[in-house]
Design a protein around this ligand. Structure first.
Ligand code: Q46
Ligand code: ZN
Length: 310
């Protein structure tokens, strides 16, 4: 009954997909090692990077900030800044902003808050109201995802970041791959790559160091390390496509423990097949007519969505 790591203590966690059994301490070490390996394998960071971390206050971004802060201490020429997006969701975002304030004060990390209302003129609660009034066939999450992506990039660019780190775990990654497949967005799927790339001077390369760690293990790590975590779920989460895809993958996983890793691995195979293909290239990136951010259409996705609300 002993731990695969130290061979002394009793195990508390059985990692079914690999067969390892860990005590609390060795489990945490295994997570830290795995993430460090992901970072170096895909050359996600260099020793002089200014890293902006998207810190929402959820477990993934808290764990990511905690681990990057540890890594950053070893590299005196690197720097870490956290950015928090306030989407304007009542009875939900207030709690996470409190967590973010506490963490960044305790850990002595700079934090900047950007709000949808201020940057786009609408909070997610406003948008939900308009969707209901106009009977639009859209979900708040469709706006939220696009706005957050745009604002995080703008924030990282304003702060002159070299990398933008996002707390995407293995579950998120597998869901995104399937969602792109379901939507028929093969070119976006083919572009999901672990290694950061600069596709436009206006885009800060994004890195996802947690992409090989299942969500369950991130939660366990946060629990063992007593990291503060938000308790509520976003009120809009339940009817999104992501939520449905998540339930389906979790159902599949009960019988096939490797399903999430397989989705990720198969994506890499597809990516290699598409190596020099047209499908991967982003053609004709130019400035959005309204906001000036890079897009392949006349308007960027965020401005296109805003025009529906007006
Ligand atoms: S915050 Fe925004 Fe999520 Fe809430 S409205 Fe949807 S996308 S569920 S991660
Ligand atoms: Zn635009």
């Amino acid at each position: 009954l002993s731990c695969t790591g130290c061979k002394k203590k009793d195990f508390v966690y059985h990692r079914k997909y690999s067969g390892e059994k860990y005590c609390k301490k060795c489990f945490c070490t295994s997570i830290e090692k795995k993430i460090a390996r992901t970072v170096s394998k895909h050359q996600m960071l260099s020793s002089t990077d200014l890293i902006v971390v998207g810190l929402s206050g959820g477990k993934d971004s808290v764990v990511l900030t905690h681990l990057l802060a540890q890594m950053e201490k070893k590299f005196p020429n690197s720097k870490l800044i956290t950015v928090t997006i306030d989407e304007g969701i009542k009875n939900y975002r207030e709690e996470t902003i409190e967590i973010v304030k506490k963490i960044t004060q305790d850990w002595n990390i700079e934090n900047k808050i950007y709000s949808f209302k201020k940057e786009f003129g609408y909070s997610i609660d406003d948008i939900n109201q308009i969707i209901l009034e106009k009977k639009l066939d859209l979900l708040p999450c469709s706006f939220c995802g696009v706005f957050r992506r745009k604002l995080l990039n703008q924030a990282a660019r304003d702060l002159e970041a070299d990398k933008l780190a996002i707390g995407f775990n293995l579950d998120d990654e597998a869901q995104t791959i399937l969602m792109n497949f379901i939507r028929g967005d093969l070119s976006r799927m083919a572009r999901i790559a672990p290694k950061p790339k600069k596709i436009s001077p206006k885009f800060v390369p994004r890195i996802r160091p947690l992409r090989e760690i299942p969500e369950k293990e991130i939660a366990l790590y946060a629990f063992y390390k007593s990291l503060p975590m938000q308790s509520k779920e976003c009120p809009y989460a339940f009817n999104s496509l992501r939520h449905n895809v998540q339930s389906s993958i979790n159902l599949l996983e009960e019988k096939t423990p490797n399903v999430k890793f397989n989705i990720l691995k198969n994506l890499h195979t597809i990516n290699e097949l598409f190596q020099d293909s047209e499908i991967k290239s982003i053609k004709n990136l130019h400035d959005c007519e309204k906001c000036g951010e890079p897009t392949s259409s006349t308007l960027c996705k965020a401005c296109e969505l805003i025009s529906i609300l007006e």
